[in-house]
Design a protein around this ligand. Sequence first.
Ligand code: PLP
Length: 381
Amino acid sequence: MTKFNTQLIHGGNSEDPATGAVSTPIYRSSTFHRHVLGGEPKWEYSRTGNPTRASLEKLMAQLEGGVAGFAFASGSAAIHAVFSLYSQGDHFIVGKDVYGGTFRLINKVLKRFGMEFTVVNTRDLQAVEDAIQGNTVAIYFETPTNPLLQITDIEAIAKIAKKHGIKTIIDNTFATPYNQRPLTLGADIVVHSATKYLGGHSDVVAGIAVTNDQEIADQLAFLQNSIGSTLGPDDSWLLQRGIKTLAARMRVHQENTDAVIDFLQGDDHIAKIYYPGLKNFPGHDIAAKQMRNFGAMISFELQPGLSAKKFVESLQLIDLAESLGGIESLIEVPAVMTHGSIPREIRLKNGIADELIRLSVGIEDPEDIIADLNQALAKLD
Ligand code: PLP
């Protein structure tokens, strides 16, 4: 078995069986000719299976160490398909800090179908165990979380879950399989907003689910085909193209982030930094144990009274925009943007202050990123 960085490039269908093309061709055909009636043709209809998508799915299964991968039209679609494994009356434990859209999916959609949820700080292992009920089917969380970068011990949670015969589902968007492989730590299903680091260039919206359980894989294949929120062949190709450079990008993202953290730590305008690479950050030791490196997402708060609005609007290089994980540095204010769908009182209770700023450090020259942050901070004086 080749190593991870080699798999990024040679995984999936690294050579097209029909032509030998080294870049998987984009098979745009919606349907496939049959030579005989009946039987089980390899390809029949592109919602059910498409060769370009299949290459990406195989690659993602390899990268996460699973038995099968599934590509969806968005990260939200992947998360929806995974929850669709379960039924009315099933109960889930959900991490306290999750992407605002996941919070919305749970509260405004899945609850309407009779699914039950208890929100728990998954860093507190006892609280997780205490929240397990007779009808609990899974524990769902992010680590690091969006936007507070909170760290949960994957191995410890998976151990609790196994003891109670329930599943562990992890949103691995922030870490990517380059930095963290939850299935190898005991998790059962991994989901991604592939829109972020996997795609890497802010030019594709996509989602991925991977499992190491053949029974779940069979069900997910059924659900992917039944619900139909699949990723099209063009986007599947684009995503696989992006994934090829994941390791190269992540190395530069990390170098730049280390430099930006040093800068922020030395700046008087900054009151608090959320970053698992900081030695005094809660969960640092767990992150060091379960992640290759700490990633390129940073959240921070300005000193009381300083305006986050004025700061982000003063930036000239860093894009004020939703999303993350692109080659370009992106900044946002979760309370107004990515987490605006969470009611303010719940947001504040969960630690997302109105003035919290989330920065996705890109791969530009670090001096330029820091100079932009510096000039925007100076405008607050
Ligand atoms: N999970 C996390 C951690 C996210 O940040 C996002 C989007 O920001 C999603 C899931 C949803 O993914 P998508 O926007 O691709 O639907």
